[in-house]
Design a protein around this ligand. Structure first.
Ligand SMILES: [Cu+2]
Length: 353
């Protein structure tokens, strides 16, 4: 039933459900609603972007609420199943132990089919690592020995293909793991950087579009400066299987960080491990409002290569963003591809003193 509903929902339906007439109107409305909440004011006096309506009437407020939550449905997803706010700062360091004088980290990853909620009321039949999309963010330090016990409990063959150095037989390319089978990947963590892993079974685009990807962070031995760290995986979902995405997001749930702004502290160093796993669309991007960030391509250097406020990404491109906000308040971050913004890839930082 749920699957049927999601399959019927097209890209155009999302736009119509949201009442979208133009990019500015929608962004203004969303931001206006949140700004009003954040500052304890009501919607009156905010530029709602709803030309021709009496902003002060209860009906208008209701309409605003509808538009605000209208993106992908009313209300919220079931956060007890997957909460993108929690995912943001969750790192899986595996089970750590010493073997022959070196650090070994053992991880358990299970492939499984799972219905995931990608927008309020919109279910998607995903193929996942550990029942979630993105999969767990695996993290280690350069030089650690990694052992990843991969169990395929899904209905299709899968693998784990890590970006980084490893022997040919650990590439997750030829060692297809059939349903019910297991495979143990073992290799050294190198080079340090902001990496990814994903399934490499063909048809590749389906295995990726279904959700088989995650971030893979290798820290430099000397570490990086203390920061509030988070992971953002840019993705999208083709809910009616027409090889085109109906909605877009960071960390899966459309508009999640719009509904639940990311709280950060004024002047604190923020570090984001960001990657693009979007399928079907060739390019994605991130733009931070009222700020610029240091950017480290692939995270393989300790020196930033750019100081920018917008960065484009092809598929599998990733890096590290570092910045601080010097003013308190709500600041939008979103892809600068306006169409994707309106279909879910948009959020807010809430900078507090
Ligand atoms: Cu797969």
């Amino acid at each position: 039933m749920k699957e049927k509903l999601s399959q019927k929902f097209s890209r155009g339906d999302f736009l119509r459900a949201a009442g979208v007439t133009g990019a500015l109107g929608v962004s203004g409305t969303l931001l206006g609603a949140h700004a009003a909440q954040g500052q304890g004011r009501d919607y009156q006096g905010q530029d709602s972007g709803m030309g021709g309506m009496d902003h002060g009437s209860p009906k208008a407020s209701e309409a605003m609420e509808d538009m605000h939550f209208g993106f992908g449905g009313k209300g919220d997803v079931d956060l007890s199943r997957f909460d993108p706010t929690e995912f943001l700062r969750t790192f899986d360091y595996g089970e750590e132990r010493q073997e022959g004088g070196r650090t070994v980290r053992e991880y358990e990853v299970t492939a499984q089919d799972a219905e995931i909620e990608v927008a309020p009321g919109i279910m998607y039949p995903a193929w996942t690592y550990n029942g979630q999309v993105p999969g767990p963010t695996l993290r280690a330090t350069e030089g650690d020995r990694l052992r990843i016990v991969f169990k395929n409990r899904g209905s299709h063959p899968h693998t784990m293909h890590f970006h980084g150095f490893h022997p040919a037989n650990m590439d997750g390319m030829f060692e297809i793991v059939a349903p019910g089978q297991e495979f143990v990947y073992e290799f050294d963590a190198e080079p340090f950087g902001s990496h990814i892993f994903h399934c490499h079974v063909f048809p590749l685009k389906e295995h990726i579009a279904r959700g088989m990807y995650a971030a893979f962070i290798i820290d430099p031995k000397e570490g990086r400066p203390e920061a509030d760290e988070m992971v953002m995986v840019m993705n999208g979902f083709d809910t009616n299987f027409d090889q085109e995405n109906e909605l877009y997001a960071v960390n899966t749930v459309a508009f999640h960080y719009q509904r639940h702004p990311i709280k950060i502290k004024k002047n604190e160093l923020i570090r984001i491990y960001i990657s693009n796993l979007l399928e079907f669309d060739f390019i994605n991007s991130i733009h931070t409002h009222a700020n610029f960030f240091d950017y480290y391509p692939q995270g393989t250097s300790l020196e930033p290569s750019e100081f920018i406020d917008t960065k484009g990404f092809v598929q599998a491109e990733r890096g590290i963003m570092e910045f601080r906000y010097k003013f308190p308040g709500l600041f939008m971050f979103h892809t600068h591809i306006s169409e994707f913004t309106e279909l879910g890839w948009s959020g807010l930082f809430e900078v507090v003193e």
